[in-house]
Design a protein around this ligand. Structure first.
Ligand SMILES: [Zn+2]
Length: 168
């Protein structure tokens, strides 16, 4: 198990489209383990493979932040198939540490996602889980949550972010 370095805002690799996962392998098992480990280390609810520089359609979510192994979810080649309602609340990203902004997301989201062995499942997520589905799937399409805001707000956030991280 290893915590991997997380790419941060401004890294061009975060903007790439990711490729579908093909045959499952021991290497992918290790990647999943590392993603969970890294998310836990950074106290995040989820982490997508592109955030550690691996441009594959793969992400992990654990809404219990390491408290309940049953809540660990691996998304493989996931797609959103249905959305319902809306929720307004703060969102953050391990690639943009220190920035939390209110963003509207659907209240309930159904995704279709592959299991490692190749079969597919459909899962509904609500509240935080729905938000995490949207957030992580955005990463796989090269999209960060701050890109939902207009150019002026994005610039303000970018300046705040750069100021916060210059000192460290
Ligand atoms: Zn993120």
């Amino acid at each position: 198990m290893a915590v991997r370095p997380v790419l941060t805002w401004g890294d061009p690799r975060l903007k790439l489209n990711s490729a579908d996962v093909g045959d499952w392998s021991a290497e992918l098992d290790q990647l999943v383990t590392d993603l969970f480990e890294t998310a836990l280390d950074e106290e995040g609810v989820g982490l997508a493979a592109p955030q550690v520089g691996v441009n594959l359609n793969l992400a992990v979510i654990d809404c219990s932040c390491g408290e309940d192994p049953a809540q660990k979810l691996v998304l493989i080649n996931p797609v959103i198939i249905q959305e319902e309602g809306s929720q307004v609340g703060p969102e953050g990203c391990l690639s943009i540490p220190g920035i939390h902004e209110v963003l509207e997301r659907p209240q309930r989201v159904q995704i279709r996602t592959r299991r490692p062995e190749g079969t597919w499942q459909e899962i509904w997520g609500e509240d935080l889980m729905a938000r995490a589905f949207c957030h992580e799937i955005d990463h796989l399409r090269g999209r960060l949550f701050v890109e939902y805001f207009g150019p002026v707000k994005r610039q303000v956030l970018q300046r705040r972010y750069q100021k916060q991280h210059k000192a460290s």
